[in-house]
Design a protein around this ligand. Structure first.
Ligand code: ZN
Length: 232
């Protein structure tokens, strides 16, 4: 197998696109398969794709149902069926606490079924704190992955179309592939509108996700994740 980072979407749909799998992806970083998000339609898709036993760890952008709705089922599967509990890498101690209490409603004591570790333990992965920029007062995060001089950005759900790029800029990351949530509705308030994202398309290799791609207007210059043929 070729070395280097690999990235593959499990689903690219938005919260209300019931005919699509929720936005979720697997990043292969230093040979380990990291699942980003596990919304309500993701566990069945992971099963179908043969992914469940091939995952090494999970990252979570935020606690909306289309990003964590089947997370406890996946964690139970790995702990009880596969008997190889997953690790969840968490961005901050506060977010780990929030995730633990969220999971406790479905799992009692989640630490019996999953290992929690800080994201700083994961070589090549970093978080971008996007608190309140998707939904007011809600903890949300994007991610940056780096390996062998290659870098990938993943916005998570983010309404501010400029913020993620400012953060990447501040880290000296330019001309990289950025997976960014992309909405076809201007002023929707929760996701970046394609027309605003397009301003960054000259500097970054942007791929949009988290929407119903059938609504894509022909004048949108940004590549959609659903149209990607090759993984990267
Ligand atoms: Zn969300």
């Amino acid at each position: 197998m070729a070395s280097g980072m690999k990235f593959q979407f499990i689903g690219t749909g938005g919260a209300f696109d019931g005919h699509l799998v929720n936005s979720s992806a697997v990043v292969q970083l230093h040979g380990r398969n990291l699942l980003i998000d596990c919304g309500h339609s993701v566990y069945p898709a992971l099963l179908k794709g043969g992914w469940v036993d091939r995952l090494d760890a999970v990252l979570v952008t935020h606690l909306h149902d289309d990003h964590v709705g089947s997370l406890s089922t996946l964690l139970y599967h790995r702990a009880l069926v596969t008997q190889k509990p997953l690790t969840i890498y968490t961005q901050t101690p506060d977010f780990q606490q929030l995730l633990r209490s969220f999971l406790s409603f479905a799992m009692g004591q989640p630490e019996r079924f999953v290992h929690f570790r800080p994201l700083t333990d994961l070589v090549g992965a970093g978080a971008i704190d996007t608190f309140g920029r998707h939904v007011p007062q809600m903890p949300t995060f994007g991610f940056v992955f780096q390996q062998d001089g290659q870098a990938i950005g993943y916005s998570g759900d983010l309404a501010d179309p400029d913020f993620f790029f400012q953060q990447l800029d501040a880290q000296g990351l330019r001309h990289i592939r950025v997976y960014h949530d992309l909405s076809f509705f201007p002023g929707n308030g929760a996701h970046a509108y394609w027309g605003d994202l397009a301003r960054h398309a000259g500097q970054y290799d942007i791929v949009g996700y988290h929407h119903n791609h059938l609504l894509n207007p022909p004048e949108n210059p940004i590549v959609l994740a659903s149209n990607l043929r090759t993984e990267r």
